[in-house]
Design a protein around this ligand. Structure first.
Ligand code: SF4
Length: 62
């Protein structure tokens, strides 16, 4: 299956300077290993804090 990087980038709100941006499979793998959640699950205001923790995700979705 072809990587959909270009397509994914249209919906990716991650502002972090990361080599995995738009490569969702690698992004999810990396964040999962760190017990984090990818940027696209966070609204802009929360995304720009770079706090990708599950705790932060739960807090903003209460
Ligand atoms: S999974 Fe990662 S790379 Fe894919 S859209 Fe979300 S933040 Fe961007």
């Amino acid at each position: 299956m072809e990587c959909r990087k270009e397509e994914n980038l249209k919906n990716c709100n991650c502002t972090y300077n990361c080599s995995k941006k738009g490569i969702c499979c690698l992004c999810v793998k990396e964040h999962r290993e760190r017990k984090e959640i990818p940027a696209c699950f966070f609204p802009k205001s929360a995304e720009k804090t770079y706090d990708r923790s599950i705790k932060h995700f739960v807090e903003i979705n209460k």
